[in-house]
Every structure is written in structure tokens, then in C-alpha cells.
Design a protein around this ligand. Structure first.
Ligand code: OGA
Ligand code: MN
Length: 297
């Protein structure tokens, strides 16, 4: 079988979400293969690969084709004993360090529910994420989809006045803001320092395609120079606009799927599932080269 990418929804969203076939990405890629995948990412924003039997080592090796990897320092348990050995692998599971399902009121679980809000990975870091790569090691029998929204389409379909109004706005992003939306405030003083807000432009231009997109996330809690309630009202309106169903692809996981997305051009969110079942996903993250402020300058 030869390498190919087909749109997941050729009728409604031919440019958003692609399904890749004809390649085993658990093996070492040729430079040409890595380039084809990167081109596919520029076009589709999200790529789905089925039947990829990754362990952490092979997932890290695959991810390194696309740039420098980020540390999983956005984890609540960063710096403490973790379930996953590699500091470059994010634990996107509902499991404790002994691989047991977390209790409903467990702090790590409640913090991780922040993933159910629309976001772009690591927008709370000064230099945020380029690609995220999520490998489904174990999935629940039902539910637990991940939804993706096309932020290029979100930007393109704004009216001209709104585009002009937001062109040069700068937002403050922090995990403290996104968790506050869910009423989670169980942070230590140390967490509060670690999660102090960073600045991100609200409109960004993709370095490869030149396309503009809305750079939004539930981590955004303020706009520089704006009163907070007015900023949050605008951010809410923009998120509502950009996540209309027509801009959204909902991924129904199969075990051993690997989904990669471009955080510069998309937002995503997790959907609920039975909290007694195991959902074990491992995420690697490729960093951007620059902050969005430096990128624009
Ligand atoms: C992530 C994330 C969503 C999910 O891995 O960054 O937000 O469905 N995951 O687990
Ligand atoms: Mn995420």
C-alpha cells in the first residue's frame, strides 16, 4: 500500500482532518516521508493514523521528526513521582502511579478535566506547542471522543470589523484561568508561580502556510489593556464562533490510533466517558520555535 491522505469529511470539510494510510510510523521514517506528513499537517491541521502500536520510545522517535520536544511541565504532578517515566511524555490518562483508575474526587483527575474545555496545547507556556501527538493505548467502551476545531476557518469567517478589532490584541494565558472556569482552585503557591500568565497574540499567521488563525484557548483569561469582563465576553464569543459544529471534527478513538494536530491552527477538547473505565493516552508535544509575540515581530 502506498502513502496517501484522504479527507475525513470530503463534503463538508475537505481541508480539515485527514486520514493517513499506507505507512507504519512506528518505524524510522525517511526524510521524504516526514516531509509528506508535515505537508499533510499544513493542509489538514489534524491527521489520523490507525493501527500504530507505539510504546513511549517509538512515539518519541516518531515525534522528533517534527522538531524539538516539549517537557510535560504543564502536568499538575510535574517534579513529583509520575506514572510515566519519560519527562517528554504527557500522561493523558485517568490512572494513578500503580495504573489504577483514579477516584472520582482525585485532584489529578479533577485538574485533567480542564481538557474538556476547548484549548490549544501549552498556550500557557511562553513558547507554546506546535504539534501534539496522542497515542491511544487503552480506550473506554464508549465515549471519550476528542473534538477538533479549525481555527483558520474560525478566523476566515469573521466579519471585517471583528478582524480589524482583534488583529493586534494580546491575551494572557494560564492554566489557572482554565481551571477556574470549572471551579478547580486546589493549587499550591508553587503551582501558582509555575502557572503565572504568559502573553499570546490572538491572531497568528502560520509560518509555513501564511494563513491566519484565531489563537484561542480556555487558558486565555485577559486581554492586555482591556477590562477583564469585557475581554472574557469577547473571548467567549470568539470561541463560540470558532467551535460551531461545521468547523469541528469529532474523533472516535480506536485502540492504537495516533492523532496529531497543529496547535497553531486548531483547538481541541476531550469528551466524557464512564469514570470507572480505563482511558490511557500518551501525548508527545513538539514545541514552536518562537513565542507568538516574537513570531509576529
Ligand atoms: C491532550 C488533550 C484530549 C483527550 O492530549 O492534549 O487535550 O481527548 N486530550 O484526551
Ligand atoms: Mn490538549
Amino acid at each position: 500500500m502506498t502513502f496517501s491522505i484522504r479527507p475525513l469529511d470530503a463534503v463538508s470539510r475537505p481541508f480539515f482532518g485527514g486520514e493517513v494510510s499506507g505507512i507504519d510510523i512506528t518505524r524510522k521514517l525517511t526524510g521524504e516521508e516526514a516531509t509528506s506528513i508535515e505537508k499533510g499537517m499544513d493542509h489538514y491541521g489534524v491527521l489520523v493514523f490507525h493501527g500504530q502500536h507505539f510504546d513511549d520510545e517509538t512515539q518519541l522517535a516518531y515525534s522528533r521528526n517534527f522538531g524539538m520536544l516539549e517537557e510535560a511541565s504543564g502536568d499538575l504532578n510535574w517534579g513529583k513521582a509520575r506514572r510515566i517515566e519519560s519527562a517528554l511524555v504527557n500522561d493523558i490518562s485517568n490512572l494513578d502511579n500503580d495504573n489504577q483508575v483514579l477516584a472520582r474526587d482525585n485532584r489529578k483527575r479533577l485538574f485533567s478535566l480542564g481538557n474538556r474545555l476547548w484549548h490549544s496545547d501549552s498556550s500557557f507556556k511562553e513558547v507554546p506547542a506546535k504539534y501534539s501527538l496522542l497515542s491511544a493505548r487503552k480506550i473506554p467502551a464508549a465515549g471519550g471522543n476528542t473534538e477538533f476545531a479549525d481555527m483558520r476557518a474560525g478566523y476566515d469567517t469573521l466579519d471585517d470589523e471583528t478582524k480589524a478589532e482583534i488583529e493586534n490584541l494580546v491575551c494572557e494565558h494560564s492554566q489557572l484561568y482554565s481551571r477556574a472556569l470549572l471551579g478547580f482552585d486546589d493549587f499550591s503557591e508553587e503551582d501558582r508561580v509555575r502557572f503565572k500568565p504568559v502573553l499570546q497574540r490572538l491572531v497568528r499567521r502560520h509560518p509555513s502556510t501564511g494563513r491566519k488563525s484565531l489563537y484561542l484557548a480556555s487558558h486565555a483569561g485577559a486581554i492586555v489593556g482591556w477590562p477583564v469582563p469585557e475581554a472574557r465576553a469577547l473571548l467567549r464569543d470568539l470561541i463560540e464562533h470558532a467551535t460551531q459544529r461545521k468547523f469541528v471534527y469529532a474523533h472516535e478513538w480506536k485502540q492504537w490510533d495516533l492523532v496529531m494536530w497543529d496547535n497553531r491552527a486548531t483547538m481541541h477538547r476531550a469528551r466524557p466517558f464512564d469514570p470507572k473505565e480505563v482511558r490511557d493516552m500518551h501525548r508527545t508535544t513538539v514545541g514552536c520555535e518562537l513565542s507568538t509575540m516574537a513570531e509576529a515581530a
